[in-house]
Design a protein around this ligand. Structure first.
Ligand code: GLU
Length: 492
């Protein structure tokens, strides 16, 4: 049997370090067994998926240097590798399940489902589908579908008993079926859900081993049933530990930059990042801390992965990156620096900002320090302003940072427009409104033009600086909740 692994990222945002981590482990496992590694794009969530996000994910994987054998960009024997292009396949398979009695049409409205869940919660039960449409007579179902009534397809779950499966890392796992919901397989809009698509694709693409994050363990009962309903063998399951913040919570962008683009833009070396990801839940048999992906692959053994939550610690990564930077010979060092930002392309973005403001070239350096380098560390005192109290400063930083998280594409006009809207909404002059943003971005009340600076820094670094500014002004959990409520009311 050929070992075949895959990552199946959903293109719904920035390329996440968690995706790179999964890619590295899946690649290493497949290659250590002489197998193949596949990238499949799981864009079943049509509303949130974007081609831009897919492009960034593939670029990020290229940047960190993990190659794939089949994928949406290079094709392969099991094309297409994008779930949105496999819709008919899912539909046909769902029909097979309905015909065999393993799945059924459900006409319950979202309103009814909400009521059912509310009642279940009130009674202290697990919320889930109550099975109302299970018993509908076949002719009624055919009739209602014929009349075009909105419906979904749900899978049947055994009423009793326990799902038992083996996880190569965790051993025997048992989950009672009473905890498993009658999962929707085909949504009312005709699109498959993740659970149906993942099973069909993993089978048809010949995936032999599924290495994915531990957050999917609870989905295995559904997947195992579906594999069984279709009469297929389930791939070997290997659920890897989730990356964590230093405080042990799940890695989140509130506490750590999670976008690979951030690490690229901030001038990390991809080989250092890959090395660091290789230390998540893994240590080399000889305890070496510096290794490349080939060395990792050569000794990779899935049973050596440790399950204690691996901490993604920026300080440790900085240390490791420093080791790599110092190892470069002078030519390499210069080439890498130029590849990063000290090059004509990047300078050409600065010229319109700085030329007018320059008498002699030495003026340039202090003007662009926060653009090419980190800006200084901020404190609450930096945000004092005669027209804005601390609450307003928090509000501005919070609102803009929420808006920027969703801003695509990253364009000057869009940035300007959303600030203008927020300023109007808060009844503030644009000049005053922008003050906390100048401080957050440049560390100064006056700097090069704000929106040009944000364009130059890019989305990831800009958003990180805003989050750091929010931390510096010390917005409490309670205040964040209040701000979030007001923000949602405004942006609804
Ligand atoms: N699309 C899922 C995700 O984004 C993939 C889960 C899996 O690997 O089965 O995490």
């Amino acid at each position: 049997m050929t070992v075949r692994t895959r990552i199946a990222p959903s293109p719904t945002g920035d390329p996440h370090v968690g995706t790179a981590y999964m890619a590295l482990f899946n690649w290493a496992f497949a290659k250590s067994q002489g197998g193949e590694f596949i990238v499949r794009i799981e864009d079943t969530d049509v509303a949130r998926s974007t081609p831009e996000s897919e492009r960034m994910i593939l670029e990020a994987l290229k940047w960190i240097g993990i190659p794939w054998d089949e994928g949406p960009d290079i094709g392969g024997p099991h094309a297409p590798y994008r779930q949105s292009e496999r819709k008919d396949l899912y539909r046909q398979h769902a029909e097979q399940l309905v015909d065999a009695g393993h799945a059924f049409a459900c006409f319950c409205t979202p309103g009814r489902l909400d009521e059912v869940r509310a009642e279940q919660r009130a009674a202290g039960d697990n919320p889930g589908y109550d099975g109302r449409c299970l018993a509908l007579p076949a002719d009624e179902v055919a009739d209602r579908i014929g009349k075009g009534e909105a419906h979904v397809i749900r899978m049947r779950i055994p009423e009793e008993g326990t799902c038992r499966f083996h996880d190569e890392l965790r051993g025997a796992i048992e989950i009672p079926y009473s905890q498993v919901d009658m999962q929707v397989l085909i949504k009312a809009d005709g699109f498959a859900t993740y659970h149906l698509a993942v099973v069909i694709d993993d089978h048809l693409m010949g995936i032999s081993h599924i290495l994915r994050g531990e957050e999917w363990i609870n989905s295995v009962p559904k997947h195992q049933l579906l594999f069984g309903y279709f009469g297929w063998d389930m791939p070997v399951m290997i659920h890897l530990p989730l990356l964590r913040n230093p405080d042990q919570s799940k890695l989140s962008k509130r506490k750590n930059p999670t976008s690979i683009n951030f690490y690229r833009d901030a001038g990390y070396l991809p080989e250092a990042l890959v090395n660091y990801l290789g230390m998540m839940g893994w240590s080399m048999p000889d305890e070496r801390e510096m290794f490349d992906k080939e060395e990792f692959m050569a000794v990779f053994d899935v049973h050596r992965i440790s399950l204690g939550g691996p901490v993604f610690d920026l300080e440790k990564l900085n240390w490791l990156n420093g080791q790599y930077v110092r190892k470069l010979d002078a030519d390499d060092f210069m080439d890498r620096l130029a590849q990063w930002s000290v090059n004509r392309d990047r300078l050409s973005e600065l010229v319109p900002m700085i030329q007018e403001r320059t008498e002699h070239f030495a003026d340039i350096i202090p003007q662009v320090d926060y653009l090419l380098g980190d800006r200084r560390t901020l404190t609450a005192a930096d945000f004092e302003h005669k027209k804005l109290d601390a609450e307003a400063v928090g509000e501005i930083l919070y609102y803009v940072s929420q808006d920027l998280d969703g801003l695509r594409p990253w364009e000057r006009d869009g940035l300007y427009a959303l600030c203008q809207e927020q300023a109007d909404h808060m009844g503030l002059k644009m000049r005053d409104f922008l003050f906390p943003l100048f401080v957050a971005i440049s560390g100064r009340a006056i700097s090069l033009p704000l929106f040009d600076s944000m364009m130059f820094l890019g989305s990831d670094i800009t958003r990180l600086r805003l989050r750091e500014a929010l931390n510096a002004v010390g917005v409490s959990k309670k205040q964040t909740k209040r701000l979030d409520k007001r923000y949602r009311a405004f942006r609804r």
